[in-house]
Design a protein around this ligand. Sequence first.
Ligand SMILES: *[C@@H]1O[C@H](CO)[C@@H](O)[C@H](O)[C@H]1NC(C)=O
Ligand SMILES: *[C@@H]1O[C@H](CO)[C@@H](O)[C@H](O)[C@H]1NC(C)=O
Ligand SMILES: *[C@@H]1O[C@H](CO)[C@@H](O)[C@H](O)[C@H]1NC(C)=O
Ligand SMILES: *[C@@H]1O[C@H](CO)[C@@H](O)[C@H](O)[C@H]1NC(C)=O
Length: 357
Amino acid sequence: MAFSFFHLLCHITIIFYEVHAANEHHSRHASKPESKSNIKALFVFGDSYVDTGNWRKSVGGSWKEPYGITFPGRPSGRFSDGRVLTDYIASYLGTRTPTAYQWRKGVKRSNLKYGMNFAYGGTGVLDTLVSQPNMTTQIDYFQRLVQEEVYQKQDLDDSMALVSVAGNDYAAYLARNGDDLQKLPAFTKTIMKQLGINLERIQGVGVKRIAVTLIEPMGCIPLQAASSSYKNCSEVFNLGSKFHNQMLKQTLQNLNQKSNSTVFVTLDLYNAFIAALNKLRKRASGSLGMKNPLKPCCEGKEKGKYYCGSVDGSGAKQYSICENPNLSLFWDAVHPSQNGWHTIFSSLRSSLHKLIT
Ligand SMILES: *[C@@H]1O[C@H](CO)[C@@H](O)[C@H](O)[C@H]1NC(C)=O
Ligand SMILES: *[C@@H]1O[C@H](CO)[C@@H](O)[C@H](O)[C@H]1NC(C)=O
Ligand SMILES: *[C@@H]1O[C@H](CO)[C@@H](O)[C@H](O)[C@H]1NC(C)=O
Ligand SMILES: *[C@@H]1O[C@H](CO)[C@@H](O)[C@H](O)[C@H]1NC(C)=O
């Protein structure tokens, strides 16, 4: 059993590694603002759950078909068939999806006012199996732009930060250290220590509102659910998520106390994923929707050999796509589809509302 955890988590990183990023051009097609807020800019840090195009096109799986088929209709560097969490949050705030850091030089200066996305798929708080910038380096980039006065005090006052930590640290840890799950709680503490430092740095730069995602139920992502033919989530992995979240809430509470503020709020992806799953299960039983919401829409034809987006040596597609991605929860083995994010996001509104009012 432990062996398969090791194996599965390896794959998480591999897939996060394979997916990629989107640019300003695409974000113009994002949905209309949904609510008016006083937040004008969004600064994003983390991994593929929020990356909108930072991987280089030549290496990122997120720039390959069939990623982006729902939105914007072609690969856009997002690790999904369409929009990701960042897009929904920006839209809710009434601002635009911020420019991916990688594309900052190619966009009009006026577009930079919507903030910037420093997130890279596959990365973590610590170094992972990908060589993209970890969160420390992402914050270095942010700090440098503020030093260069690309963003000034007023911009920061009117901004919000979004920080995603979805599990690449764990995947890398298990890949490097073997499958000893006993040691995971100690590793969670190591992650929290660095994450706390990171969050204080973002606050120190001048951001007054910082939303941090609680980790999703890792046992429910298709990679883990595959072992039960997508019938069940892996309870052991979900326990790992719960422990992570307990520690994260404590970390944020300490940071809020330290600055006598409510700068930090959580976005509860754990319960939002579970609620989305239940919603889609209900729909499935009523013959609308996919029969099994834990099954990803896009899958490699041979497990372990091919992934969503894989082609063989002669360029032939080695993956299949479900009939209607709009009915799925998961796009690939680790990432929600646009419909998944849309459904998940509906549970996050109230937390966001609290943050901006
Ligand atoms: C993040 O990456 C930088 C640059 O590679 C490295 O020096 C640093 O040790 C890394 N930080 C963490 C916390 O892993
Ligand atoms: C999976 O879920 C079903 C019903 O929801 C349950 O009967 C079964 O015992 C579960 N299997 C595992 C391995 O947890
Ligand atoms: C913390 O904030 C409260 C309410 O804003 C205020 O009454 C109190 O004096 C503050 N305490 C410190 C130590 O700044
Ligand atoms: C899927 O949803 C998007 C918007 O969310 C819509 O534009 C598109 O037409 C839908 N596709 C199908 C096949 O329903």
